[in-house]
Design a protein around this ligand. Structure first.
Ligand SMILES: NC(=O)c1ccc[n+]([C@@H]2O[C@H](COP(=O)([O-])OP(=O)(O)OC[C@H]3O[C@@H](n4cnc5c(N)ncnc54)[C@H](OP(=O)(O)O)[C@@H]3O)[C@@H](O)[C@H]2O)c1
Length: 376
């Protein structure tokens, strides 16, 4: 961290980061952004965050929240992400800021969106009206917007794989039952995560055996889209994800071209009583299964920026092997099964030299479980 920032700068930026987080689950494909305006006397006189996709940006909400505009004279604006330079669904924030009598603007990180990418900072600096400094708590801001940063860079969703296993590494008993390995608090946390991600993904066996809803129920929050990989397109039509009130939010990925073309024919669909109102997407086939890399490309084109995968061992292993996972969450419950389905069935590593090392790994306790989080 650069020493151009003071303890106060870090304190206000931390507050702006916390504010930004209130938009989580509601702003994608836009980033989370928070903004605090601190008067020359050191008081917070304005604050705002990006609340909903398509609505006002954090800086504009913060400016509008200032009751006495004279407090803006010589004030400092703390904003987690570079103010935008382009006019999109809302006007350019950098241009709106130009009219303010501020003294200093402290920015968390440059906006990686190619439409901005330094241009907002350039507009502000060129005006010669305020001191503009970028990089305050950049690491924290980057982590907060990990999905957005990834999507901007690769145009593919940021993928988090969640596994709940016993101490001895099993995700299901020998009879296939996996309810419940993790504790209630962990399951609640998963519901919270679901509300933050654009979509939740499962494979066909999990969809069939568990018949999950994949909805947000244990906490308040936005319902994500649901992605089911059904390579052969043969899952029963009466599963919850195909029939409940969120049916239209379900996306089925298949590599079966013949059956896919039937689903795309409106006349054939009208004849069916169990007509599926969600979306079916044709993906290439790889070694007999749905090609996961191609799937991610197509989902990126559909503006899905983040996916939480709640996989069984086949899908979890294939995703790691095919290098499509960015972040891993493993709940380890203080329970033993001594047999059943292992969490992973091989990820293509045979030698210690090839071991997959997670970076930025950390542990926390959730109820009676241990939660490991790390990055690939
Ligand atoms: N404890 C937990 O965290 C947890 C979470 C979820 C599920 N489960 C349990 O896990 C069990 C189901 O797991 P599962 O492993 O049988 O099924 P699964 O996770 O549903 O995985 C099967 C899916 O993986 C896809 N896939 C893509 N590439 C693959 C490849 N190279 N090899 C194999 N599959 C590939 C398959 O695609 P195609 O359709 O194209 O073949 C298929 O849709 C259930 O008992 C469930 O209760 C436990």
């Amino acid at each position: 961290m650069s020493n151009k920032f003071t303890e106060d700068d870090f304190r206000w930026m931390k507050q702006a980061i916390e504010l930004a987080d209130r938009g989580r689950g509601y702003v994608a494909p836009n980033p989370l952004v928070g903004c605090i305006i601190v008067s020359s006397e050191g008081n917070v006189v304005g604050e705002g965050f990006h609340e909903r996709y398509g609505q006002a940006h954090a800086e504009i909400n913060a400016i509008n929240s200032v009751r006495d505009k004279s407090e803006l004279i010589d004030a400092t604006m703390y904003v987690t992400l570079e103010p935008c330079s382009h006019t999109g669904k809302t006007p350019s924030c950098a241009k709106e800021i130009l009219d303010l009598p501020l003294k200093r603007i402290v920015i968390g990180m440059q906006d990686p969106n190619p439409l901005v990418n330094g241009e907002g900072v350039a507009i502000l600096k060129k005006s010669n009206r305020f001191k503009v400094e970028t990089g305050c708590m950049e690491r924290e801001v980057r982590r907060q917007n990990e999905a957005f940063v990834h999507y901007m860079r690769f145009q593919k969703p940021f993928v988090t794989l969640k596994i709940a296993q016993t101490v001895d590494g099993y995700v299901a008993a020998p009879d296939g039952n996996s309810k419940w390995i993790s504790c209630e608090e962990s399951r609640k946390k998963v519901h919270e995560w679901r509300s933050y991600y654009d979509a939740v993904m499962v494979g066909r066996n999990t969809a069939q055996i568990d018949n999950p809803n994949l909805t947000v129920r244990h906490v308040e929050g936005r319902q994500p889209r649901r992605i089911v990989i059904d390579g052969d397109l043969s899952l029963p039509a009466n599963l919850n994800v195909f029939t409940d009130q969120h049916e239209q939010k379900t996306i089925v990925l298949t590599h079966n071209k013949e059956k896919y073309e039937q689903t795309a024919d409106p006349m054939l669909q009208l004849l069916k009583s169990d007509y599926f109102r969600g979306e079916t997407v044709l993906v290439s086939k790889k070694e007999g299964h749905t090609d996961l890399n191609h799937a991610m490309e197509l989902l990126g084109e559909m503006q899905i920026t983040s996916i939480l995968v709640e996989a069984g061992s086949q899908l979890a292993s294939a995703m790691i092997k095919d290098n499509v996972v960015d972040k891993l969450h493993v709940f380890i419950a203080p329970k033993l099964l001594g047999g059943g389905t292992r969490s992973l069935l091989g990820v293509g590593r045979d030698r210690m030299e090839d071991i997959l090392d997670l970076h930025d790994a950390n542990w926390e306790q959730v109820g009676s479980d241990m939660l490991l989080t790390g990055y690939f």
